[in-house]
Design a protein around this ligand. Structure first.
Ligand code: ADP
Ligand code: MG
Length: 735
């Protein structure tokens, strides 16, 4: 499956947005970020430091300042990546930075303004323009999915049921890497369709969140495009290449304030940054090069981006900065993060003929439908020829005649048959010698034949519609999908790419020269006098000393940051431990041990999901069979029913409780049995007992009727049966 296998590093570009109105009104301090576009350098000034302190300089693959245009960023840094995706590589672009620094602006931009369209709409344009301009022997299938990761849960943004949908699971497959199970994927045939997909997802994102800004700064959005391309190879067979593009708008990288939060809010705060801190750890582990373990499994985001970081993909990271002095710390952290990511090495390769290519399935299905359709039409043609009396002599070769001709003949056959049947019906109606009954029978027969013919025709039409719908999903190169094939425009675009490529190369050379300069300056110099040598070396010493100071300051900064993040982690850990202890306390004191054991026994570890899960109470395989079989006490009834209730129904009990498991317990209005407590002799007792039936006697002890005593309408024998049944057969019986 791999064709070209080489290693290349993650491309990192940095973009700084202009000062906004609020920041401008804050004071004349101006921005703290300076950029050298020619060299690809960012120079950061510490607003709290003295003027003598050296400024921090970082070098990247490209930098874009406040005046940069969306189009420049796309042409220089993104276009080559999309071209690779179209050639069958995996590609990822992710925007990283503090909230409000322009991640969404860079990825999406303002859709309606052509100047301000971001990476995603430009990529749509690029992909479909490329397809329309490619050769006609190429077939394409473009699919799009949209998901978000919020509080460590993957949610499908294209699911119509987004709000209530359950979180999706991640799965791994050796061929296509980590993927999301059951994720909606839409086949897109044009820019308009793919834009619609994006809109639907964006709306779902906005609807799901009460405060869009708050939500978007806490959730990661991933737009996935799969481009499959089939092209005949030198061996004459069709080969499929699959390029997958991930367009990622990450959550804001700023530290979430954790102080004073508890319970749910604490868990939330811990989860929000989990993905980002896991991303940081993955980048550090990869950039370090020495760590044998890369913690991809620590978060959903890092698992999804596993291939993009150190795997089979080409990756571009856009780090976004704000120029305001108050965000110095965050800006510095972003730059460090980005600087580290530069060292990650990926091994991109072309995905050729993967087993799960949907395009292959589509092609097979289309071929099957086409064969079916052709067969039908041939059958009609054959019948027509028989009707025509030509005596069809099939040679089995269905392809010898043109398809259009067959179709025409098939249509003609249907028309002729209809006319013939109509004619015959007319003849029967006009036949005066035929009996009325016979007429009726023959007419009915003709009517039936007509119905069959129509059904047949409808089936063919349906098949044709299905075939056409399937076929229309595949995009064929060389067709004008969009009005872009204008030659002049094409030339203009090519020139723009050339310029972008040239700028990129120039910058690379400049950067290389800068590095080499430092190394070779000493070699080139020859000294005429000792004095000159001392001067030159002093100068060099000063330069190196300044560099040393810079590095020392850098180490100090990194240490400080390390201590700070460690403190934060410790604080979170302490709070979580406290929370855990509290939960343990509740479990130990309020949950009976047998219940606890039952729950513990149901727990299993899912290595795929990397988390503990509850086993269902009823095993999955027996569940369906159990559900299918009705309990014997429910046959013929809405629900399981007790013997008592059945008898009550049979005896015509209270209509309100008919077919319910409710016992009919009427208040006992019969006079109670009475007895006087003080009994001296048996005769006296008998005497009083015989008087019991008389209601006029004074009452002593009142014996109430038991709940299980027979209601008036039911005989005592049936009530006895019911009682036995109540206790043994159905525990649902009201008691
Ligand atoms: P994020 O997604 O990082 O939170 P946004 O993309 O929403 O930030 O940007 C915040 C604001 O800054 C938006 O109003 C956006 O229009 C503006 N903005 C960001 N980057 C730029 C830029 N390069 N040029 C002009 N405006 C920008
Ligand atoms: Mg945003």
């Amino acid at each position: 499956m791999s064709k070209t296998k080489s290693s290349e590093s993650v491309k990192v570009v940095v973009r700084c947005r202009p000062l906004n109105r609020k920041e401008e009104s804050n004071g004349p301090a101006g921005g703290i970020v300076q950029m050298d576009l020619r060299l690809g350098q960012v120079i950061l000034r510490n607003p709290r430091a003295s003027a003598s302190e050296p400024q921090k300089t970082f070098t990247f693959d490209a930098v874009y300042d406040a005046n940069s245009k969306q189009r420049d960023l796309y042409d220089e840094s993104v276009r080559p990546l999309i071209d690779s995706v179209l050639a069958g590589f995996n590609g990822t672009i992710f925007a990283y930075g503090q909230t409000g620094t322009g991640k969404t602006y860079t990825m999406q931009g303002a859709w309606l303004d052509p100047e301000k369209r971001g990476v995603i709409p430009n990529a749509f344009d690029h992909i479909f323009t490329h397809i329309s301009r490619s050769q006609s022997d190429k077939q394409y299938l473009v699919r799009a999915s949209y998901l978000e990761i919020y509080l460590e849960e993957v949610r499908d943004l294209l699911d119509p049921n987004h709000g209530n949908a359950r979180a999706l699971e991640l799965r791994e497959n050796p061929e296509s890497g980590v993927y999301v199970r059951d994720l909606t994927s839409c086949v897109c045939k044009s820019i308009k369709e793919i834009e619609e997909v994006m809109n639907v997802g964006n709306q779902a994102r906005a609807v799901g969140a009460t405060d869009m800004n708050e939500h978007s700064s806490r959730s990661h959005a991933l737009f996935l495009i799969t481009v499959e391309c089939s092209q005949p190879g030198p061996d004459g067979r069709k080969h499929i290449r699959v390029g997958r593009l991930n367009l990622v708008d990450l959550a804001g990288s700023e530290r979430q304030a954790k102080t004073g939060v508890q319970g749910e809010r604490l868990k939330e705060a811990a989860k929000i940054n989990l993905s980002l801190s896991a991303l940081g750890n993955v980048i550090s582990a990869l950039a370090d090069g020495r760590s044998s373990h890369v913690p991809y499994r620590d978060s959903k985001l890092t698992r999804l981006l596993q291939d993009s970081l150190g795997g089979n993909a080409k990756t571009v990271m856009v780090a976004t900065l704000g120029p305001a002095p108050q965000h110095y710390d965050e800006t510095l952290t972003t730059l460090r993060y980005a600087n580290r990511a530069k060292n990650i090495q990926n091994q991109p390769r072309v995905n050729e003929d993967p087993k799960d290519a949907l395009l292959r399935e589509f092609q097979l299905e289309i071929a099957r439908l086409r064969a079916q359709l052709n067969h039908r039409k041939w059958r009609s043609k054959q019948k027509k020829e028989q009707v025509d009396g030509e005596g069809w002599e099939g040679n089995g070769d269905e392809e010898t005649e043109g398809e259009e001709e067959v179709e025409k003949e098939a249509e003609e056959y249907v028309k002729l048959q209809e006319q013939r049947l109509e004619r015959e019906k007319q003849d029967i109606r006009e036949d005066q010698f035929m009996l009325a009954e016979e007429k009726q029978r023959l007419l009915g027969e003709k009517e039936r034949m007509m119905g069959d013919l129509r059904k047949e025709q409808e089936a063919t039409e349906q098949l044709t519609a299905k075939y056409k719908a399937m076929e229309s999903k595949l995009l064929v190169g060389g067709k004008n999908i969009i009005d872009h094939t204008n030659e002049q425009q094409k030339m203009l675009e090519m020139k723009r790419h050339e310029i972008a490529e040239q700028t990129r190369r120039e910058r690379e050379i400049q950067q290389q020269m800068l590095v080499q300069d430092d190394e070779t300056v000493e070699l080139k110099e020859t000294f005429t006098s000792l004095q000159q040598e001392v001067e030159a070396k002093t100068k060099k010493l000063k330069k190196l000393y300044a560099k040393l100071q810079c590095i020392k300051a850098e180490i100090q900064d990194v240490n400080d940051e390390h201590v700070r993040s460690r403190q934060e982690l410790e604080q979170t850990q302490n709070e979580l431990t406290r929370e855990l202890k509290f939960k343990y306390l509740i479990i130990e004191n309020f949950i009976p041990p047998e219940e606890k054991n039952k729950i513990m026994n149901r727990l299993t570890f899912d290595p795929e999901e990397d988390q503990w899960k509850f086993q269902p109470l009823v095993p999955a395989e027996s569940k369906s069979s159990q559900m299918k079989k009705r309990p014997s006490s429910a046959v013929g009834y809405k629900r399981p029913i007790s013997q008592y209730a059945r008898v009550a129904i049979a005896m015509g009990g209270h209509s309100r409780y008919r077919a319910e498991n409710i016992m009919f317990l009427e208040l006992d209005m019969t006079p109670p049995n009475t007895a006087t407590l003080d009994r001296s002799t048996k005769s006296e007792w008998n005497q009083i007992h015989s008087l019991d039936n008389s209601p006029t006697k004074d009452r002593g002890v009142c014996k109430s009727r038991s709940w299980c005593q027979t209601p008036k309408s039911i005989t005592s024998s049936s009530s006895n049966v019911s009682l036995a049944a109540c206790h043994t057969a159905t525990p649902m019986t009201a008691q």
